[in-house]
Ligand binder design. Structure first.
Ligand code: HEM
Ligand SMILES: *[C@@H]1O[C@H](CO)[C@@H](O)[C@H](O)[C@H]1NC(C)=O
Ligand SMILES: *[C@@H]1O[C@H](CO)[C@@H](O)[C@H](O)[C@H]1NC(C)=O
Length: 489
């Protein structure tokens, strides 16, 4: 904290200087502005996307866009549904900014390198082509085993409020490690083990908000310790890639693929063995492992936490979901794909949860390759653009009573104005969508069979779910304590 007291005035001074020397590009002059100081304040008090939306709703509903000076650039925040759709679908006009472009020399750029999420064009195609087949064979039994382990551990705290966000993060980390590269972080049973610590420390370093707003801090106050931690975790991934590449040569991977026990990395290494096609290097495979861990961990954990909260406060919905589980699955613990589709009401609840609390509240930024006309503005080429998904999901222009929890909205799956973008869309649709949905369904099946979930009367969330800051890139709740009462019937 001392560090902050010394450095904050300096930062404010520098920021003030920069603010005054930065000229607004011609095309953005008439775009409403979110003042830098308000923005900085929001960052420092750790506001979440919900507060951001509250502050901007009126102006965004009217204008569709605002600009904010962020990270040395005038950046556009977009909530207009049509514009956001364009941003997602027209990948040539709105290519993604690379991490090196956004945060040059940063820890983030070093750790995640060129990966599937932050690349474009042919490089992205190569990553996606190699990874696509592996995501078509998801091991439902791993999801079930992990859910069972979760229940066993929860058993020990039965009848006391349980902080679900922590449990869900431990669950999803274990699942990702196992499904992605056959590694058991064992975060559920042993939350303080060295691999979990290494992982958590890296994520913590990567999420420091000040380093996000002011990338030059990386040069002013370098973090050699943090870089060392990153190197350590990278070497774990490298070892796994190397080990599995050897298994490729002995034919063991092919065997695992044939009996359907291969993990994502093994399937990707297998796909790389096509002499006709370009492949991924070991380094690129490692970057993809790191990005899977990032993209699939907090996102799924947060959506499980928020859905459990919603079920806790909507007991009628909880009962309906549970009845459906028993009706569709009976005693079957491992629902096949067909049965998962049959869980129609649960799927509606999952969609509505992701609408209200989209874990990726703002898409990673794009930088437009050409001038863009939007209403009476001409957005100049090379403007950083953030598609504000939370705003699309919470605007009354797109949804009736947007703040209300109404799963039945999704009864009619194909209404025209389907402003639901939790997983993005188009060719860049989340590759982990089925992974995450399967994990959510299986975890809910396990929990709801056994427990009745409710919110303690003195919960900080009793009026509204309290949302944490999304500086790490994902949106989620503050700790949520819920009561899990063993069902008797
Ligand atoms: C509730 C859970 C999840 C949510 C809300 C979510 C959301 C998203 C969104 C919005 C995008 C598009 C980003 C953009 O257009 O800029 C995306 C892409 C991606 N997600 Fe997810 N995701 C989830 C789970 C997962 C999981 C479990 C994995 C991997 C195991 C994963 C891996 C990826 C990857 C690799 C991409 C990049 C795809 C590409 O650009 O081709 N995600 N995700
Ligand atoms: C590369 O792989 C893709 C998809 O599997 C395939 O359609 C294409 O024909 C391959 N290219 C070459 C040169 O073999
Ligand atoms: C998800 O699964 C459905 C079938 O259930 C499939 O049509 C779709 O292509 C899958 N999506 C991805 C991104 O793998």
């Amino acid at each position: 904290m001392n560090f902050l007291i010394v450095i904050l005035p300096l930062i404010f001074f520098i920021a003030f200087k920069i603010y005054h020397t930065i000229k607004v590009p011609e095309g953005l002059k008439n775009v409403p502005t979110l003042s830098f100081f308000k923005f900085l304040y929001a960052f420092l008090v750790q506001d979440g996307p919900d507060k951001r939306w509250e502050r901007l709703r009126e102006i965004l509903d009217k204008e569709g866009i605002v600009k904010v000076w962020f990270n040395g650039k005038w950046t556009l925040i977009v909530s207009d549904f049509g514009f956001v759709k364009d941003i997602i679908m027209k990948t040539d006009v709105y290519p993604k900014a690379s991490l090196e472009e956004i945060f040059p020399g940063s820890l983030l750029a070093q750790y995640y390198g060129t990966n599937m999420v932050f690349s474009n064009g042919d490089v992205w195609k190569r990553h996606r082509r190699i990874a696509n087949p592996s995501f078509r064979n998801l091991p439902a039994h791993v999801f079930v085993e992990s859910a069972m382990k979760l229940l066993n551990i929860m058993e020990k705290v039965d009848n006391e409020p349980i902080e679900v966000n922590d449990f869900m993060h431990r669950l999803t980390l274990d699942v990702l490690g196992k499904v992605s590269f056959g590694f058991d972080f064992n975060n559920l049973e042993e939350p303080k083990n060295i691999y979990v610590n290494a992982y958590n420390e890296v994520i913590e370093e990567l999420s420091k908000p000040l380093y996000f707003i002011f990338t030059f801090l990386e040069y002013l106050f370098p973090r050699p310790e943090a870089f060392k931690k990153v190197a350590k975790l990278n070497s774990l991934y490298d070892e796994l890639v190397e080990k599995k590449s050897k298994l490729m040569k002995t034919g063991e991977i092919e065997k695992k693929i044939n009996d359907n026990t291969a993990d994502l990395l093994e399937r990707m290494i297998y796909a790389c063995n096509d002499p006709e096609n370009q492949t991924l290097t070991s380094e690129e495979l490692r970057y993809d492992m790191a990005i899977f861990m990032l993209a699939g961990h907090d996102t799924t954990a947060n959506s499980l936490s928020t859905i459990l909260y919603l079920l806790a406060i909507h007991k009628d919905v909880q009962k309906k979901v549970r009845d459906e589980i028993f009706r569709v699955l009976g005693d079957d613990l491992t629902p096949n794909m067909e049965q998962q589709k049959e869980l129609k009401y649960m799927n509606m609840v999952i969609n509505e949860n992701l609408r209200l609390y989209p874990p990726i509240a703002s898409l990673p930024r794009r930088i437009n390759s050409q001038d863009i006309k939007f209403r009476n503005h001409v957005i100049p080429a090379r403007t950083p653009i953030l598609a504000f998904i939370y705003g699309v999901h919470h605007s009354s222009k797109n949804w009736e009573d947007p703040e209300k929890f109404i799963p039945e909205r999704f009864q009619n799956e194909k209404h025209d104005n389907h402003a639901w973008l939790s997983f993005g869309g188009g060719s860049r649709l989340c590759i982990g969508i089925n992974f995450s949905l399967m994990e959510q369904r299986i975890t809910l099946c396990a929990l709801l069979r056994k427990y009745e979930v409710s919110l303690p009367a003195d919960s900080i969330h009793k009026d509204n779910l309290q949302i944490a800051s999304d500086t790490s890139g994902t949106m989620g709740p503050l700790p949520v304590h819920l009561i899990f009462k063993r069902r008797t019937d």
